[in-house]
Design a protein around this ligand. Structure first.
Ligand SMILES: C=CC1=C(C)c2cc3[nH]c(cc4nc(cc5[nH]c(cc1n2)c(C)c5CCC(=O)O)C(CCC(=O)O)=C4C)c(C)c3C=C
Ligand SMILES: [Fe+2]
Ligand SMILES: [Fe+2]
Length: 328
């Protein structure tokens, strides 16, 4: 007679659910070699660069990686933490904070590019015979260049029941967390004359082809401004981190800064609500380079850090996951 309580070692542990917090990724070290390795994986993704490969591969291998590797490595070195790259350190800490809130689920983090990779996370969960996997891309706003690229990898993990959580650009818990972090910054440093909400850009061509990213950034920005009771002229939205020569979303953050300085703004608060965790683009580009640019124009730029592993951030993401679990 078979014991009905005995578990079949070959069957998945259907009770076990895992939640993967998926972020973009980052180099393993602030060295030209590690940066070239990371950029090579990132910039080979057709979701990120759509140029035909016979044109793009020679450009990438013979021009962009050799030139950009050492230059960008110096930028990473300027923000590197004793425990590693800020994006990696904060993503790991955020996953630990979400795990505390979801003891019934195994929470792990993984990166689309670099380590720990998403493919490896799926392989690990397959070995553990986890019954179901939820993937939460750490991109509040959907873009084909980011969210869809994670969806590509998730789609390849067909051997396990897997669900991708939707973007959360207007989620009330997340909006409240961002607004709360801006209010806390004002309480500690005083309120600047203007609040600039700076999002990572994408090529205008992709928005024209239907990428909903700019509409979602605008919706997030309006909701944050409303939560803070800001008048229309007290805040603005701009796009940073342009790559390449084609036209990206406008207005560009650097140009918006110049216009605000020219209009007499002397204290400017800048938040980056499209980034779940601080990274090269927030800590080096905004808090260092753009702050210097604004200072040269006679003003003070006060950077408001990303939510990182803040309790309100972990609460908001855990609530999104709980809702997805309950709906399943
Ligand atoms: C065509 C190129 C790029 C697109 C499109 C793009 C979209 C995009 N990126 C993020 C978030 C991040 N990007 C980061 C770094 C980064 N981004 C690009 C290029 C594109 N991004 C490059 C080449 C780099 C590397 C740095 C450099 O060489 O300048 C990061 C930071 C990673 C880190 O290690 O700290 C993040 C995060 C979003 C959200 C987005 C589209 C919406
Ligand atoms: Fe190539
Ligand atoms: Fe980027």
């Amino acid at each position: 007679m078979t014991d009905p309580s005995a578990t079949d070692a070959s069957a998945p542990d259907a009770a076990a659910t895992a939640l993967i917090l998926a972020n973009l990724g980052t180099p393993a070290a602030p060295t030209p070699r590690a940066v070239r390795r990371f950029l090579a994986q990132f910039l080979h993704d057709r979701r990120v660069v759509q140029l035909t490969r016979w044109l793009w591969c020679p450009l990438l291998h013979f021009l962009i990686l050799p030139l950009r590797g050492p230059k960008v490595a110096r930028k990473y070195a300027a923000i590197w933490l004793p425990e590693g790259s800020p994006l990696a350190v904060y993503t790991r800490a955020l996953a630990a904070a979400v795990q505390q809130r979801l003891p019934q689920v195994q929470v792990l983090h993984a990166m689309r590019y670099g380590e720990p990779g998403l493919d490896a996370a799926f392989a690990q969960l397959r070995r553990q015979r986890v019954g179901r996997v939820l993937v939460l891309p750490l991109y509040p706003q959907y873009s084909t260049t980011t969210t869809a690229s994670i969806a590509d990898v998730v789609g390849r993990a067909r051997s396990m029941p897997t669900a991708l959580l939707p973007e959360y650009h207007e989620d009330p818990g997340w909006i409240a967390a961002i607004a709360g972090s801006i209010r806390a910054h004002w309480a500690a440093h005083g309120r600047g004359q203007h609040l600039l909400l700076s999002f990572h850009g994408i090529p205008q061509r992709l928005a024209d082809a239907g990428d909903p990213y700019p509409q979602q950034c605008a919706a997030s920005a309006r909701a944050i401004a409303a939560a803070l009771d800001l008048a229309d002229d007290a805040w603005s939205l701009a796009y940073q981190s342009r790559f390449g020569r084609e036209r990206w979303l406008q207005p560009a953050t650097a140009e918006r800064l110049d216009a605000l300085a020219a209009a007499g703004v002397r204290t400017l608060d800048v938040a980056c609500p499209g980034f779940a965790t601080d990274c090269l683009e927030t800590l080096e580009e905004v808090a260092m380079m753009l702050a210097e640019r604004f200072a040269a124009a006679g003003g003070t730029l006060r950077y408001i850090p990303c939510l990182n592993a803040a309790p309100a951030h972990a609460d908001a993401l855990a609530a999104l996951a709980r809702r997805a679990l309950a709906a399943d």
